[in-house]
Design a protein around this ligand. Structure first.
Ligand code: ADP
Ligand code: MG
Length: 236
């Protein structure tokens, strides 16, 4: 692949006192694809997203304009759910509110439009934050365990919605998750990060090209990859 088809992090070094998270770490992400990052807690997944967003400096790396769905929702407490979305959009006020309203409906949140973040349940606030990340017009979408803790049925509906939505824009996406199945359903590429004394390393990397509409439990390639990843992650 040509190098301008990739987002490249090179020689990332991050440490906190004696804790070496990354030491001269390099990784590339294919543009216009979804890369899922798996790995144990504390291996540096969030730190890597922060480097991609430019929140942690990394050599010559020029961060693209990024939409970041953080692990915590980070909504503005003094704006309603609807206005938390409308504020990241460009255009006339009424159009922005219409788009925001549609996004809330897609996230099964129409009833939350006029509520303020402190009035939302954790799962609702999280979904507003996901909607905000999807709406914000950026070159790079960074998602940090976005569907974590939602009930399974809702999780499955939102993953389907996310994939459908993503297919309209095909934005370069880096998606951190602990769920193997979630990764298999959304990823073009899967990488596994593991921590080590001398800094994190990529211990597994795979392109997964099975068309997304064919991905489901019981499909041979899906089940095989699921087992492969399970057997790897369970040892970390
Ligand atoms: P992950 O997202 O994979 O769980 P993180 O990237 O959040 O891991 O953290 C990687 C390591 O860096 C962990 O050991 C964590 O304790 C440490 N770390 C992250 N941010 C800070 C910080 N602001 N201060 C001190 N240690 C940090
Ligand atoms: Mg994290």
């Amino acid at each position: 692949m040509e190098s301008n088809d990739m987002i490249k992090i090179q020689n990332l070094s991050v440490k906190f006192d004696e804790n070496v998270v990354f030491d001269n770490f390099s990784v590339t992400f294919p543009k216009n694809k979804i890369t899922c990052v798996l790995g144990p807690s504390g291996s540096g997944k969030t730190t890597l997203l922060k480097a991609l967003a430019g929140l942690i400096p990394c050599g010559e790396f020029l961060p693209p304009k990024a939409a970041f769905v953080f692990q915590d929702h980070r909504l503005l407490p003094y704006l309603t759910a609807l206005d938390n979305l409308a504020i990241v959009l460009d255009g006339k006020k009424e159009e922005r509110r219409e788009r925001a309203k549609r996004a809330l409906t897609d996230m099964e949140l129409s009833e939350a439009a006029d509520l303020y973040p402190p009035q939302l349940s954790g799962g609702m606030a999280q979904r507003v934050a996901i909607a905000r990340g999807l709406l914000f017009d950026a070159d790079l979408l960074l998602m940090d365990e976005p569907f974590k803790g939602l009930d399974l049925a809702l999780q499955e509906r939102l993953i389907k919605y996310f994939v459908k939505y993503w297919q309209n824009s095909r934005r370069t996406t880096v998606f951190v998750t602990h769920s193997i199945l979630e990764a298999i359903l959304v990823a073009d590429k899967i990488i596994v990060l593991d921590k080590a004394e001398q800094g994190a390393a990529i211990i597994y990397e795979k392109d997964f090209t099975l068309p997304r509409e064919e991905r489901a439990l019981g499909v041979l390639e899906v089940d095989a990859l699921r087992k492969e990843l399970h057997d790897l992650l369970v040892t970390l």
